[in-house]
Design a protein around this ligand. Structure first.
Ligand SMILES: Cc1cc2nc3c(=O)[nH]c(=O)nc-3n(C[C@H](O)[C@H](O)[C@H](O)COP(=O)(O)OP(=O)(O)OC[C@H]3O[C@@H](n4cnc5c(N)ncnc54)[C@H](O)[C@@H]3O)c2cc1C
Length: 378
């Protein structure tokens, strides 16, 4: 095995699973985390993330999603409530690109689903505002993953197998002939054979050469109080995506028995970091946007959010993942820019990264850095 000691920078969604998969393959993982595993200033925050098998974003993700589905189901047996298969509904206008993309994906990969319209759609899912002109694609294998629970569990398992956890804010990774030097803000440095950078929205603080191809962004999450919360539980409703004229919202049934979560009611905005901090406050304009749009998504909910939270994420300019070596010597691997969709498959991404380092899998071309015009391997 070449490069036995591997630094994993960022123990969030993808880093925690990468650390576990590498450690399981016999590597000596040294995990670096600035703010604690599964912290609330990362894309792990906000309790849950949607999982869907019927996936609009296309075939590049097919193998990862299918593998993620197997792994979430396995994990849920050991860690009950980690994955709730309550179904996923995409509620979109008939004759929209979204509907056409879902049809194409379902046909190409033979994904089980139901197509619902009109009265039937309303009868099955009365939580949604009038569905006239909309078509619903119901994916019975969809659901939600409990984010902090699974990330924490992944790194706990890695640690139990011998992974090291270093609390440090990494500022630089410097590949050289014999390995990689990792430098941290506090002046400390470490030597490892290879590095995986999975620092989420803050990846470009460590790898500024990726800045032209990526943008750190902030997304507001909001929770609403339904008039009859019992109708918004996972036994009654699926996770959902609702797209309409000028809006794209997505959400999950109530976890606490009281509040239903809906995101996407405000436009994501560019993130600026000051050390660990970013502007994590929803604004009055955000609240007004939520109030104006929620009634187009769900009915019988109080339109003013009762809870808000803001989370960071790195977007690639083409909204595809980045999974690639940074350097010709294959010392520094980047696993980042999951562009608003990485959590559902972070377990499978971690496995794929470990397999690439272990020469068990090829680099996926669709996620390669060479797709960016002007990218030069160092
Ligand atoms: C509001 C919102 C809703 C979303 N909804 C969904 C959804 O429904 N389904 C879905 O599949 N995806 C969704 N996503 C996307 C998904 O959450 C992300 O793609 C995924 O979590 C990103 O994982 P990551 O490992 O890249 O980043 P993170 O999980 O943010 O992990 C990065 C880690 O690196 C650490 N770190 C950063 N800088 C340093 C440093 N210098 N030194 C050491 N450690 C550092 C951070 O503390 C953090 O722990 C959503 C994202 C957001 C923001």
């Amino acid at each position: 095995m070449s490069g036995k000691r591997v630094g994993v920078i960022g123990l969030g969604s993808v880093g925690a699973f990468t650390a576990l998969e590498l450690q399981q393959r016999g590597y000596e993982v040294v995990g670096f985390e600035a703010f604690g595993v599964a912290n609330d200033l990362s894309a792990v925050g906000g309790d849950t993330r949607l999982f869907r098998r019927l996936y609009r974003e296309g075939g590049a993700y097919y193998h990862l999603i299918e593998r993620a589905y197997e792994l979430w189901r396995e994990l849920d047996k050991r860690l009950p409530t980690a994955f709730r298969e309550c179904g996923a509904l995409a509620l979109v206008p008939e004759d929209s690109d979204y509907a056409r993309d879902l049809e194409a994906y379902a046909n190409e990969f033979n994904i089980e689903h139901e197509v619902l319209r009109g009265d039937e759609l309303h009868r099955r899912f009365p939580q949604f505002t009038s569905c006239e002109g909309d078509v619903g694609y119901y994916d019975p294998c969809g659901g939600f993953v409990r984010t902090d629970l699974v990330v924490r569990d992944a790194f706990d398992r890695a640690e139990a197998l011998g992974a090291q956890h270093i609390e440090a804010t990494v500022t630089e990774v410097i590949p050289h002939q014999d390995g990689v030097t990792i430098r941290a803000e506090d002046g400390n440095s470490w030597e490892v054979d290879r590095v995986v950078v999975a620092a989420g929205a803050r990846t470009t603080d460590i790898l500024p050469q990726l800045a032209p191809y990526t943008r750190p962004r902030l997304q507001v999450m909001t929770w609403f109080q339904p008039d009859a919360p019992e109708d918004f539980r996972a036994t009654e409703m699926p996770v959902f995506i609702r797209e309409g004229d000028g809006f794209h919202a997505y959400g999950a049934p109530t976890l606490d028995g009281l509040h239903v979560k809906v995101s996407g009611l405000t436009e994501p905005r560019d993130a600026e970091f000051d050390g660990i901090a970013y502007d994590g406050q929803a604004t009055l304009d955000d609240l007004r946007d939520c109030e104006a749009t929620i009634t187009r998504v769900l009915q019988d909910v109080h339109p003013v959010p009762v809870r808000t939270a803001v989370y960071p994420e790195l977007y690639a300019i083409d909204r595809m993942f980045i999974l690639d070596w940074l350097d010709a010597g294959q010392r520094v691997f980047v696993a980042s820019a999951f562009s608003g969709k990485g959590f559902k498959m972070c377990n499978a991404i971690g496995e794929l990264v470990a397999k690439i380092l272990h020469d068990e899998a090829e680099l996926p071309r669709a996620f390669s850095l060479t797709r960016f015009p002007g990218w030069v391997v160092e």
